[in-house]
Ligand binder design. Structure first.
Ligand SMILES: Nc1ncnc2c1ncn2[C@@H]1O[C@H](COP(=O)(O)OP(=O)(O)OP(=O)(O)O)[C@@H](O)[C@H]1O
Ligand SMILES: [Mg+2]
Length: 262
């Protein structure tokens, strides 16, 4: 086992070091450094095209970095280091790594042909070695946690957008992840459904889940985030305690962005 897989108790759960990403000649991440402690909630803000989604996708290697490193719980993501060089992991190794990282996207990502209970319980049966009974028991608890008790037999088309998004959160949690990444989980929802999804995320945060949340919901960020990170044009422009950054931004670019949001 390499030294990288034996983190000390104080090491961050997520550590991004000088992450660069280009699409062809377009450099969209220009050296992102970010460290997130266990249980911390970080809201990532920034204008459209600033690289927020690309960065989140790099964390679970849905996007291949051009250079830099990301460690999750002390383990290098996407690569193994052998003899001083990095080798990209196989699909199988990546799948194992991704089990620790729950992700919820803007668009609902439930399987359309499965009811909610099956959506939530299938991966733990296939990948965590749970029996069907164990997985269903867990799934029912998770449905309760996301305020969907008794709706396990509903198919995605029978659920509202907010309910689908809460079921998607339950599905991600069923893998017992070490951290959760949210990419604008409420921005495709009708306004009246936003609150119920944010409510579940709030509950998750107070239960101690480590979360990175890309969002435009400033009230949520102010109340729930420990830290706000503001990105623009592929760099972190400013970061700090949520209230400090939101109420008293130091950088001109952050000030301009926040003015536009109000
Ligand atoms: N697969 C891709 N191929 C080429 N360019 C891409 C690809 N994915 C993203 N980009 C570009 O990278 C830049 C950053 O995109 P990204 O989706 O990370 O921004 P974002 O901050 O999440 O924006 P938004 O708030 O609109 O979601 C944009 O200019 C985008 O066009
Ligand atoms: Mg995005």
């Amino acid at each position: 086992m390499s030294a990288l897989s034996t983190p000390s108790p104080t090491s961050p759960i997520i550590e991004a070091i000088d992450v660069h990403k280009s699409f062809g000649s377009l450099e969209v991440l220009k050296g992102i450094n970010l460290s997130v402690k266990k249980g911390e909630v970080v809201c990532l803000l920034g204008p459209s095209g600033s690289g927020k989604s690309t960065f989140l996708r790099c964390i679970n290697h849905l996007e291949r970095m051009t250079s830099g490193r990301i460690l999750v719980d002390g383990q290098l993501i996407g690569y193994r280091e052998r003899g001083g060089t990095l080798h990209e992991m196989s699909g199988k190794e990546l799948a194992v790594q991704r089990r620790d990282i729950g992700m919820v996207f803007q668009r609902f990502n439930l399987f359309a042909h499965q009811d909610a209970l099956t959506n939530i319980s299938q991966a733990p049966i296939l990948n965590r070695g749970l029996t069907r009974e164990e997985a269903l028991t867990d799934a029912r608890k998770l449905l309760k946690m996301v305020d969907l008790e008794g709706r396990g037999d509903a198919y995605p088309y029978q659920l509202s957008g907010g309910q689908q998004q809460r079921a998607a959160i339950a599905r991600a949690l069923a893998m017992n992840p070490k951290l959760m990444l949210f990419d604008e989980p409420t921005s495709a929802l009708d306004p009246e459904l936003v609150g119920e999804v944010l409510g579940v995320m709030r509950k998750l945060a107070s239960d101690g889940m480590t979360m990175i949340v890309v969002t435009h919901e400033l009230t949520f960020a102010r109340e729930v985030a420990d830290r706000v990170v503001f990105m623009d044009q592929g760099v972190v422009v400013e970061e700090g305690p949520a209230r400090e950054v939101l109420d008293n931004p130091r950088q001109e670019r952050t000030q301009a962005f926040l003015r536009r949001m109000h």
